[in-house]
Design a protein around this ligand. Structure first.
Ligand code: IMP
Length: 198
């Protein structure tokens, strides 16, 4: 079976991708290839960050690999927090509760609550670069709702359901999430590329 390195050690992301590629590709984590580096993410777009991480691994380990980056883009905030989503409240650390508080504060009195979660995956396969996108549109409610999931899940309600990711349950979320859609686009491409090679 062909091997592909996913530039992450996030167990949730690994199991999501492995569930879709099961039987077609063996997905290795950074741990699996002995990479314990803090991979730089200094680009100013999601695409740039995903490519930066994938190139870092491809250049050093000479493997086929992919990396992802996700951002929440809020219309009334001109697309922010975007690439700064993880460290929105504090530039030096990831504090999910402070992030959601800051988001609700910034949107106080704002009637345009439209936002989108976007995931970009960058793939380097046989030396060629490809990118895939997954997007889900939704709204930011006036207050956090629901207890499941992580990060901004209590303050993002996809248009398809009208209730927050944190109120939907993980399985329902994973069927329509930005990351699931990006992963599905990646997997469709990989399987097609595999068929064409024979
Ligand atoms: P990453 O690029 O996957 O690490 O995502 C960047 C940041 O976006 C995370 O630290 C979370 O704060 C947020 N985020 C990404 N995906 C989700 C999600 O599915 N729900 C809620 N927050 C998310």
């Amino acid at each position: 079976m062909k091997q592909l390195v996913f530039a992450t050690n996030n167990a949730h992301k690994l199991s999501e991708v492995r569930a879709i590629t099961d039987g077609y590709f063996a997905i290795l984590s950074l741990d699996d290839i002995g990479c314990h580096d803090d991979i730089p993410e200094t680009a100013d777009t999601l695409e740039g960050n995903a490519l930066q991480k994938a190139r870092y691994i491809a250049e050093r380990y000479h493997v086929n690999c992919f990396a992802d980056d996700t951002g929440l883009e809020v219309e009334a905030l001109g697309g922010q927090p975007g690439v700064h989503t993880a460290r929105y409240a504090y530039p030096d650390r990831h504090d999910p509760e402070a992030n959601t508080r800051k988001l609700l504060d910034e949107l106080k009195g704002q009637t345009n609550r439209h936002a989108a979660f976007r995931t970009v995956i960058a793939l380097i396969l046989d030396g060629k670069e490809y990118t895939f996108e997954g997007r889900v549109d939704g709204t930011i409610p006036l207050q956090p709702t629901g207890t499941e999931g992580f990060g901004y899940d209590p303050v993002f309600a996809p248009d398809e359901t009208g209730i927050t990711f944190a109120s939907m349950g993980v399985e329902a979320k994973n069927r329509i999430s930005h990351r699931a859609r990006a992963v599905q686009a990646l997997c469709r491409f990989l399987m097609k590329a595999d068929e064409q090679k024979g």
